[in-house]
Design a protein around this ligand. Sequence first.
Ligand SMILES: [Zn+2]
Length: 243
Amino acid sequence: MFFSPLYLIMVAPALLLGIWAQMKVTSAFNHFSRVPVSSGLTGAQAAARMLQGKGFQIVQSEDAVPHASNIIAIVETRGFLSDHYDPSTRTLRLSPSVYEGNSLASVGVACHEAGHALQHAQNYAPLNLRSLMVPIASFGAPLAIPLIVIGAIFAIPILIPLGILLFTTVVIFQLITLPVEFDASRRAKRTLAEMGMIQSGEEAAGVASVLNAAAWTYVAAAVSSIMTLLYYLMVFSGNRRGN
Ligand SMILES: [Zn+2]
């Protein structure tokens, strides 16, 4: 089932796209993390300015964030490209090279995460939808393919549509992720330019190439899930007809 020519034709290109996107994001980040930003701001400072510009108060500890206020925490976390916004504690967690670095990559990634904080504060609908889908998709993701495989091997027909249904929730989750990610990057690029934190021209292009490379990883993930889903649908609807 996984080594058929149909699987290779449908799913393998998307998996290769994913590998390519992952390499591209790493190389763009590595390259532009060595290009200093002329404003001299660190990622943490740029994100703080972006949020302060929208009326938020910034603290450096997530313990200091009360619920339902205009306070957002920006803290340093471990790892490489581990940057994220945590809506449950309203905290931006930035990796060391983003938090402390004053490069085009650092300010781009930091302001992208600040973009998620603004989406959250402004009740941006795709983000809310995505948050609703998190428990459903994280329940479905590890079960979907094992159910399909067990259903196929042991000829338990009910497991296959069940697995396909769970896999569909993963596809929906990844599709909703796309507008959320594109919008966060759009907010970052716009605010960095508008507030004069980067210069137009080369600096803006550098930030864009880091953020666009990151966007491709989400596109690749969505495409490979869609192709996998289509593959299962074709294989198992074909089987039914054959029987
Ligand atoms: Zn993001």
